[in-house]
Design a protein around this ligand. Structure first.
Ligand code: BG6
Length: 478
């Protein structure tokens, strides 16, 4: 197809997370959160994927890039003006739980934190930009991790409820679009950020992981219900990390294995949050892994009453699976595993680039759930080079995004209901998985480097002008 028809009111924009952009990690009475104790650089990746993290800051050994990040805390006006110049209709951001409840278990919210987000939302509305807010984006209060054991502990559900209600009440006239937990399924591979604890030994992960999930599902359902009650015209979604799983070949064993991986990783959480009940396949999985959930009377009713309105998801890559794989075949850099796909090229960080996979994902998700979809993350992490005249020609990023926007256009033609598209890291930020500044996603370059140097000056890349045209023509000019 040549001319894609995006719906009227389509939410074009960009996406970020508080911990990766705000900085000001101790300002305004903010408490420490998980991201504040994650070191920068390659070490972070090992910490996220392996057991035994201590949740302590070790200044003698590591740097902590999230502490200053790109200083959005002080520069939000300048940044929002740039988003407005691109014509953003929506801006996805998260609220740092620790700005509102610094330890997580207080009874009263912190006024300075609440006032900060008032200023940010007011600034967005000044330009007609709709905020899309993630309530928890890998930013659990550290105190809840250390003193309560993260989401393993049922008490955390009450703390989250208090936090969610505080922000719904405060921002009920300013925020219409919400999401509960960022990439909720990622806790299956990265429990530190997703579930707020580090497993000690690989074999001990099953029971605590799924008990923590049960608590998150309760918290999510309670928040959904409260959101609908407090803000009647709101829409609140789940947010999943979606990477369609392909079988490496037509060997039925590989096809079955891919299906099972897809069910567990891509659909388990969505099934609970969208359909309001545990799916059939997970019951067998629980049995086979000796998992016995503690479910109290009424829990399943709460989950049933808290179904989300839409599915927010991130899409960066697909995943190709084989039941038995050698280390050599394994896909490099793909956090969620799999083998190399011979048909795909990968980014500098080994993430396989697959725009057709986005069309497949949109169709699969819509076929399964039949509720609106919202792509709330997609983008290319790449090294950018500044030319002598100060310009940045990021044609590789434009190519990547163009192909993904085309895939969205095709999926809409296929009949998929798509609400919007917020590209990840519309402004350069700290990378989540590698803690680097050099893994850049933005339309806006930020002068900040892995060694901590940089003026924090903002510059428009070539993609800035490209995206501006895409938005102003509602996807006609790609
Ligand atoms: C998603 C996260 O997994 O991917 C973001 O929600 C993250 O927080 C993004 O930044 C890109 O990942 P990374 O590791 O390249 O920053």
């Amino acid at each position: 197809m040549e001319n894609y028809q995006f719906p009227k009111g389509f939410l074009w924009g960009g996406a970020t997370a508080a911990n990766q952009m705000e900085g000001g990690y101790k300002e305004g009475n903010k408490g420490l959160n998980i991201a504040d104790v994650l070191p920068g650089g390659k070490e972070r990746y090992n910490i996220l994927l392996n057991p035994g993290f201590d949740f302590e800051i070790h200044p003698e050994k590591y740097s902590y890039p999230n502490h200053e990040a790109i200083d959005f805390y002080h520069r939000y006006k300048e940044d929002i003006a740039l988003f407005a110049e691109m014509g953003f209709k929506a801006f996805r951001m998260s609220i740092a739980w620790t700005r509102i409840f610094p330890n997580g278990d207080e009874l009263e919210a912190n006024e300075e934190g609440l006032a900060f987000y008032d200023r940010v939302f007011d600034e967005l509305h000044k330009y007609g930009i709709e905020p899309v807010v993630t309530i928890s984006h890998y930013e659990m209060p550290l105190h809840l991790v250390k003193e309560y054991g993260g989401w393993r502990n049922r008490q955390v559900v009450t703390f989250f409820e208090r936090y969610a209600k505080a922000i719904f009440n405060r921002y009920k006239n300013k925020v219409k679009y919400w999401m509960t937990f960022n990439e909720i399924n990622s806790g299956l591979v990265m429990p530190i950020q997703g579930l707020g604890f580090s497993i000690q030994k690989e074999e001990d992960k099953f029971q605590p992981t799924f008990q923590a999930y049960h608590h998150q599902f309760l918290a999510s359902a309670i928040a959904v219900k409260a959101c609908h009650e407090i803000i009647p015209n709101s829409q609140i979604g789940c947010m999943i990390l979606y990477a369609p799983v392909y079988a490496f070949d037509s060997n039925p064993e590989n096809v079955l294995y891919s299906l099972q991986e897809e069910q567990l990783f891509n659909y388990f959480c969505g099934d609970v949050q969208v359909r309001g009940e545990y799916p059939a396949f997970i019951k067998r999985y629980f049995k086979e892994h000796q998992i016995e959930l503690e479910i109290q009377d009424g829990d399943l009713d709460i989950i049933k009453e808290g179904k989300v309105d839409y599915i927010g998801f991130s899409y960066y890559m697909s995943r190709t699976e084989k039941k038995v794989k050698t280390d050599e075949e394994a896909s490099q850099g793909n956090i969620i595993g799999g083998v190399k796909n011979p048909f795909l090229k990968a980014s500098d960080w080994g993430w396989e680039i697959d725009p057709v996979g986005l069309r497949i994902s949109l169709n699969k998700l819509y076929d399964r759930y039949q509720i609106p979809l919202f792509i709330v993350e997609n983008g290319l992490g790449a090294y950018d080079k500044i030319e002598e005249d100060g310009s940045i020609h990021d044609d590789y990023r434009i190519d990547y995004l163009r192909e993904h926007v085309k895939a969205m256009g095709e999926a809409i033609e296929d009949g998929v209901e798509l609400m919007g598209y917020t590209t990840w890291g519309c402004i350069d930020m700290v990378s989540m998985s590698s803690g680097e500044f050099s893994k850049r996603y933005g339309f806006i370059y930020v002068d900040k480097h892995d060694d901590g140097s940089g003026t924090l000056e903002r510059k428009k890349k070539k993609s800035f002008y490209w995206y501006k045209d895409v938005i102003s023509t509602n996807g006609e000019k790609l």
